[in-house]
Design a protein around this ligand. Structure first.
Ligand SMILES: [Zn+2]
Length: 71
């Protein structure tokens, strides 16, 4: 049961992340079956294994933007 709830939670998180990306005016990441930050395997609908990696990835993007290197 708790496993099902956890999975639903992650799907909701993915939807929220997509919404935030849209609000911020940049395209949502294409889910590739593994975390975009640490490359841990995740369900295919997700881009990150958790909020920590999402946040770290965001910080890294912001740092790169500040350094003038897009992407
Ligand atoms: Zn990760």
């Amino acid at each position: 049961m708790s496993d099902h709830i956890d999975k639903t939670d992650k799907i909701i998180f993915a939807e929220v992340a997509r919404g935030l990306a849209a609000v911020r005016g940049r395209p949502a990441l294409v889910a590739q079956g593994c975390c975009h930050y640490c490359e841990e395997l995740v369900p295919s609908a997700l881009s990150f294994c958790g909020v920590e990696c999402r946040d770290d990835y965001d910080k890294e993007l912001a740092a790169k933007a500040r350094a003038g290197r897009p992407g």
